[in-house]
Design a binder for this molecule. Structure first.
Ligand code: ADP
Length: 433
């Protein structure tokens, strides 16, 4: 079995489309990020304020949805999981630790730690045993009867960690866990997290402090919503790792002060010095990245339906396709420039009032000489006209599951939907092979 816990593929996040008009074309809280968290990983994320750290944490932990791209948790696409399954995933696998501990002020430390398991069917005896055990381990057994306000900052943060690990989560997500602590308490908390990591818990940690980040095994530097640099500690010392992290963050502050154009020169010229040669550095190149666009295909001479009005539109003409991409840039694809088309289905879980079920959208990849355009068509109804236009010229059409045939054979939506529903697993296998 794969040991990948969380996998994000080419994810972007735009909170509010209107923000584009206020902030300019480059505003993306996250921009085409890839991220993989495996068992035993310990990843520290740093970046300037507003660079997208919290957004990334929220998207990875399924607390928020991405605008484009996919997030998989334990092999399942977050989009395919309903609210119940997502809550179950968060409850069973995730522990959260935040900067201001988020303890409930009216509950004792004991009750705060016990909260996650009180909601599950755990007996009172077991709750007492588990809270005591974790409190012993974190050296906070003497404050279990106190209220949070009666404890020191370090004690409160240790209580927050106790609450995060009471359920033995596979993953701990920490957002500035030492933000309010002095240096001694910060290092205690980090030693604790390192110990948990050694025992197998994967950790993602957001921090503004290079020293704190140096406890991790992997360091990621994020700016303007993109991960710019990744460092792997490998078997170098913590001090060597700290120095490399510091270099990246200081360099970035300098680039912001002077000229961003210097970045390429700096990255090119940089050689990790002898003592730090075990640290492996990757600079991430975003120039060739693609993102699948969710669009509704509207055909010439047809009225725009109510459903289409809620979506981004792909205008389909005899000779060209036109649309605005997620960054509001206008794009035209001339049909004659398309060399190859690939068709597949994407299952999207939809909550429809009291009903909820999967809708099967058509995913279409258009390859031209200089680009690949990837769309997910929001249309659940007739797409035959689009297929006809694409079939006209000598374009190669890869259609391993016979989507065009399915549309011909089952023009009625409901019959087609049931057919796809019955065969979806089979289709998926065919595409994966
Ligand atoms: P960081 O954690 O690195 O400080 P965030 O992820 O909080 O950065 O924010 C990234 C960008 O997204 C910022 O410009 C911020 O203003 C914006 N942003 C964050 N949350 C929201 C939200 N809920 N609605 C609109 N914009 C948001």
């Amino acid at each position: 079995m794969s040991n990948i816990l969380i996998e994000a593929n080419n994810i972007s996040k735009i909170y509010d489309r209107d923000i584009f008009f206020k902030r300019g074309t480059n505003f993306r809280a996250l921009n085409m990020v890839d991220f993989v968290l495996k068992e035993h990983d310990f990843i520290a994320i740093m970046g300037p304020s507003g660079s997208g750290k919290s957004t990334l944490l929220h998207c990875l932990s399924s607390l928020d949805q991405v605008t484009t791209g996919t997030v998989k948790v334990l092999g399942d696409l977050v989009n395919d999981l309903n609210d119940f399954k997502l809550s179950a995933f968060r409850y069973k696998y995730l522990g959260f630790v935040f900067q201001n501990h988020n303890l409930i002020s009216t509950l004792s430390i004991f009750d705060n730690i016990a909260t996650p398991i009180m909601l599950a069917k755990v007996s009172a005896k077991e709750i007492i045993e588990r809270v005591n055990k974790v409190a012993q381990r974190l050296n906070i057994h003497h404050i279990l009867d106190k209220l949070p306000e009666e404890c020191s900052g370090g004690e409160k943060q240790r209580a927050a960690i106790a609450r995060a690990i009471i359920n033995n989560p596979k993953i701990i997500i920490c957002d500035e866990p030492t933000g309010n602590l002095d240096s001694k308490n910060s290092h205690e908390v980090l030693n604790l997290l390192s110990q948990l990591n050694k025992e197998g818990t994967a950790i993602i940690l957001v921090t503004h402090d290079s020293m704190i980040a140096s406890y991790a095994k992997t360091f990621m530097y994020i700016r303007d919503g993109s991960i710019k640099t990744v460092l792997h500690r490998n078997n170098s010392s913590q001090v060597a790792f700290f120095k490399e992290i510091n270099k990246i963050t200081t360099e970035d502050s300098l680039l912001k002060l002077f000229n961003n154009e210097d970045e390429k020169t700096l990255n090119k010229n940089e050689a990790i010095n002898e003592s730090n040669k075990n640290v492996i550095k990757e600079n991430i190149d975003y120039s060739s990245k693609k993102t699948r666009e969710d669009v509704y295909a509207v055909f010439k001479n047809r009225q725009i339906s109510l459903e289409a009005k809620k979506c981004r539109l792909l205008y389909v003409n005899e000779d060209k396709l036109e649309y605005d991409n997620i960054f509001h840039e206008h794009r035209i694809i001339f049909i004659e420039s398309i060399k190859e088309v690939t068709l597949s289905f994407v299952a999207v879980f939809k909550l429809l009032g009291v009903f909820s079920e999967y809708i099967y959208n058509v995913a279409i990849d258009l390859k031209t000489d200089d680009d690949i355009y990837q769309f997910k068509l929001e249309n659940i109804d007739d797409l035959s006209e689009l297929f006809e236009i694409l079939n006209k010229d000598s374009i190669v059409i890869n259609d391993p599951i016979g989507i065009q045939e399915i549309y011909k054979k089952y023009p009625d939506y409901l019959t087609r939907h049931r057919y796809i529903q019955r065969n979806y697993k089979k289709f998926k296998k065919k595409i994966n092979n």
